[in-house]
Design a protein around this ligand. Structure first.
Ligand code: ZN
Ligand code: ZN
Ligand code: ZN
Ligand code: ZN
Ligand code: ZN
Ligand code: ZN
Length: 365
């Protein structure tokens, strides 16, 4: 996403300065002596000629401050001004420092600024390098603005997608499987299997409370690195955070299907932020539910969109302000299956009960 600030550089050339035109004294009793536009009397000595009018030197007054003008002046609508008074009168003052503007100034969102005031104080600063953002800039989903060139220079956090740098994420780490993770995510990451087991129970009981019937006994979750996850999952991309491997055993009696038994193994990326991991677990558990309850022919977009919607509902149910980061990631996912699928399911079901979504998924072929 790129924006260009709406600002323009102006030159204050529309109103040029005029210099006094002094007419030399002519005989005092001449009939043709001009009359002062201020006092209406004839002008015996030095005559000031300005625009179409004449003045006694002591009656050539500034329309803004009322004091005598003796030097350059500006004219507008038959009125005369000291150059500085003219600027004041026309509102040519800096919206930041309040001082008069010079010939060159900046206009941005209807306000005028000295170029230096604008650059130093008004332009937003880059979240990465702190320098002003003069031209185009990029914005991440958290609203951080930065010079577009930083995207090529820096790695993105595999977990929260922020650019990894000191200012934004207090630095980061690189895992041996090639992933980069920012310090914000790393400090709240989960890697140990016992932590994953605890989390697994917590997420299952939350989904059960939503009305999604999952029996934790035939499902296990195993933390793996990205290399292992790639081996396990059937459709791996760099965004894959987990995979639900389901086995189905059909039991027949005299060629008649009598029961189906399911076993699921969820492989989940370890070393990610715990909220991201919980959201992924919710997503993969929903896959397990769909394997047991829905047609295999359900389109991927509906499957992934629904699983993401469950992650979204899961995160929303938490009372942790950090959840919003991970909700934003789901909401802003540009993927045509995961991101678009999520939007469609959310659009269709956010004003309905979850029971209605589950019924829809069960009925759909
Ligand atoms: Zn006069
Ligand atoms: Zn004045
Ligand atoms: Zn200024
Ligand atoms: Zn920068
Ligand atoms: Zn991160
Ligand atoms: Zn999925």
């Amino acid at each position: 996403m790129k924006y260009l600030y709406d600002y323009r550089q102006f030159r204050n050339t529309a109103h040029l300065f005029f210099i006094f035109l002094l007419l030399c004294p002519v005989p005092a009793n001449s009939q043709s002596r001009p009359v002062c536009s201020y006092c209406g009397k004839s002008i015996p000595g030095t005559i000031i000629s300005a625009g179409k009018s004449f003045f006694h030197p002591e009656h050539f007054l500034c329309a803004y401050c009322g004091k005598i003008i003796s030097g350059g002046y500006n004219e507008k609508d038959d009125k005369f001004y000291h150059p500085d008074c003219y600027k004041q009168n026309e509102g040519l003052t800096c919206a930041y420092c309040g001082k008069l503007l010079e010939d060159e100034y900046i206009v941005s969102t209807g306000k005028k600024y000295h170029p230096e005031c604008y650059e130093k104080n008004v332009l937003p600063k880059c979240s990465v390098c702190s320098l002003p953002l003069k031209d185009k800039f990029s914005v991440d989903i958290y609203g951080n603005k930065y010079h577009p060139a930083h995207s090529a220079e820096l790695s993105k956090c595999d977990c929260c997608k922020r650019l990894i740098c000191q200012n934004l994420t207090r630095g980061g780490k690189r895992y041996s499987d090639g992933r980069n993770i920012c310090m914000l995510c790393f400090l709240e990451s989960v890697s140990e299997q016992y932590q994953i087991n605890e989390m697994f129970k917590k997420v299952i009981s939350k989904l059960n409370s939503f009305g999604i019937n999952i029996n934790g006994k035939n499902i296990k979750a195993i933390g793996v690195d990205r290399i292992e996850l790639k081996k396990r999952s059937s459709s791996f991309s760099d965004n894959t955070q987990g995979f639900c491997d389901s086995e189905t055993k059909s039991n027949f009696l005299n060629d008649k299907l009598v029961s189906k038994l399911y076993n699921h193994t969820i492989y989940i990326l370890n070393g990610t932020h715990y909220l991201s991991m919980e959201a992924t677990l919710a997503h993969e558990l929903m896959h397990a539910w769909m394997t047991e309850n829905c047609s295999e022919k359900l389109p991927d977009k509906i499957k992934e969109g629904s699983c993401n919607y469950i992650s979204y509902l899961y995160l929303n149910s938490l009372s942790n302000s950090k959840k919003n980061d991970f909700i934003k990631l789901i909401e802003n996912d540009p993927d045509p299956v995961y991101g678009k699928g999520f939007k469609e399911i959310k659009f269709g079901f956010e004003n309905k009960s979850l029971t209605q979504l589950l019924a829809y998924l069960k009925a759909k072929n």
